[in-house]
Design a protein around this ligand. Structure first.
Ligand code: AMP
Ligand code: ZN
Ligand code: FE
Ligand code: FE
Length: 292
């Protein structure tokens, strides 16, 4: 069983349509794939239809932009009811924040002497429901300003760089509760990636578990081998699920190929058990939980 629990389609900042992504996952031999676009469930329906035609179990998810103790944290929400009013409202606020940040980002790029406007970004983002910095990066590549997304982040878009603009993110604890209320299961994505995430040490994760956190993503490309072992130890001590995944973004992110990290089938079983329990406890009509 090869299980990859974190991927992106072009509905957020991946580069393949949900159909292409699902077919690609089946071709490379994944048995289970979670589609976790940023802040939207817009990709689920198409992915579900595509998965029905191939030998792949699709897990519906969303990678929600959150903030905790002043730092950005990504929360993977699996199987939430995407029609839950409070959840929909909060995702709407995040998507509004993404859209309203865009003009400010472009203004700063023009301040750097780059001739770019919203149409340049729309052209590359096409019908993405969640607009992000990677789309601005793609526009900069198309304009010949930088050679790839990495260079766009390094020169302009990363925090501290001239075109970085902050945006709204949901409170992490409130979002963990909201996901539970929507009948879903919460796993923190790449907890120790890039930024220090000082609040996500063992004590911080224990506190989040008492709020309903189910697991942490341990095997991720942004975690060095020692980091993975430390996180695996914390997961074991706290009885949190430990997942592994690619965080695949198509050609948008190098070295994140589908299945480059996978989730242990026993850990996946635990996630499915918690999803069934969450659905019952919430009383919501949540997406069907597969039989593992
Ligand atoms: P945003 O959603 O606008 O906050 O942008 C964050 C997204 O940009 C995340 O999905 C990251 O995976 C992606 N990202 C961050 N740094 C880079 C980079 N150096 N190259 C490509 N993508 C990146
Ligand atoms: Zn992304
Ligand atoms: Fe992330
Ligand atoms: Fe991601």
């Amino acid at each position: 069983m090869r299980i990859d629990l974190h991927t992106h389609s072009a509905v957020s900042d991946g580069t393949q349509s949900p159909t292409e992504l699902v077919r690609h996952a089946a071709e490379v031999g994944l048995d289970v794939m979670a589609l976790t676009d940023h802040d939207t469930a817009e990709s689920w329906a198409e992915a579900r239809a595509a998965a029905a035609d191939v030998a792949l179990t699709l897990v519906p998810g969303i990678e929600v932009s959150c903030r905790h103790a002043g730092e950005g944290v990504h929360l993977l929400a699996y199987f939430p009811d995407p029609t839950h009013a409070g959840f929909v409202r909060e995702l709407g606020k995040i998507l509004d924040g993404r859209n309203s940040r865009l003009p400010a980002t472009l203004e700063r790029l023009r301040g750097e002497g780059i001739d770019i406007d919203i149409r340049d970004v729309r052209r590359v983002a096409r019908d993405a429901a969640a607009m992000g910095r990677p789309h601005v990066a793609d526009a900069l590549v198309a304009l010949g300003v930088v050679k790839d997304r990495d260079q766009a982040f390094a020169k302009y878009l990363a925090p501290g760089k001239p075109a970085y603009v902050d945006r709204y993110a949901a409170d992490l604890v409130a979002m963990i509760r909201l996901v539970a209320d929507a009948g879903g299961v919460s796993v923190i994505a790449h907890p120790w990636a890039r930024h220090s995430h000082t609040a996500l040490d063992a004590a911080g994760l224990a506190a989040l578990k008492s709020e309903g956190l189910a697991g942490i993503e341990v095997d991720h490309q942004d975690h060095a081998p020692e980091t993975r072992e430390q996180l695996r130890g914390i997961a074991r001590d706290l009885d949190l699920i430990a997942t592994g995944s690619s965080d695949y973004h198509g050609t948008g992110k190098a070295n994140h190929e589908l299945g480059c990290n996978t989730t242990d089938p026993g850990q996946y079983e635990r996630l499915l058990d918690l999803a069934r329990a969450a659905a019952v406890a919430s009383g919501r009509a949540t997406p069907e939980v597969p039989v593992g």
